[in-house]
Design a protein. Structure first.
Length: 144
């Protein structure tokens, strides 16, 4: 498969190691990279800085996937069902803006699919879905 055949998804749903483990097991997912996105502090943030909650970055995963095997819609369906999209800045015991539920879109198609998926799942949850949908700007790979 050529790199041009791959698509990319970026989102955060709590601790990136948990989200990373889920998507590494999905057929059609070629690569999952843990990192940071959505912050308001310049430069490459460190894990220690992210943990402070002061940089505005979320812990995210960047997923390269073959859309002929697994669609963006399916990737988002998995995302929405493997974390709690109704808690603000929290997943389980992890609290802070770095653990928020967020989907970063690359284009209008991804934005529309994300909106549609959230609307679809809204009836499945007692509480309101608070997942942010934001344009992708920059991704910083996390340290090992």
């Amino acid at each position: 498969m050529k790199a041009k055949d791959l698509q990319t998804a970026v989102f955060g749903g709590g601790c990136f190691w948990c989200v990373e483990a889920i998507f590494n097991a999905i057929n059609g997912v070629e690569k999952v990279i843990a990192g940071y996105a959505g912050g308001n502090v310049p430069g490459h943030p460190t894990y220690r800085e992210i943990r402070s909650g002061l940089t505005g970055h979320a812990e995210v995963v960047k997923i390269s996937f073959n859309a002929a095997i697994v669609s963006y819609n399916t990737i988002l369906n998995i995302f929405m069902t493997t974390h709690n999209p109704t808690t603000v800045n929290q997943q389980g015991a992890d609290k802070g803006t770095q653990y928020r539920s967020v989907i970063f879109y690359y284009n209008a198609i991804q934005k529309n699919v994300a909106t549609s998926v959230i609307n679809h799942f809204s009836s499945y949850f007692k509480d309101k879905i608070v997942t942010d949908i934001a344009p992708f700007t920059i991704f910083y790979k996390a340290e090992k």
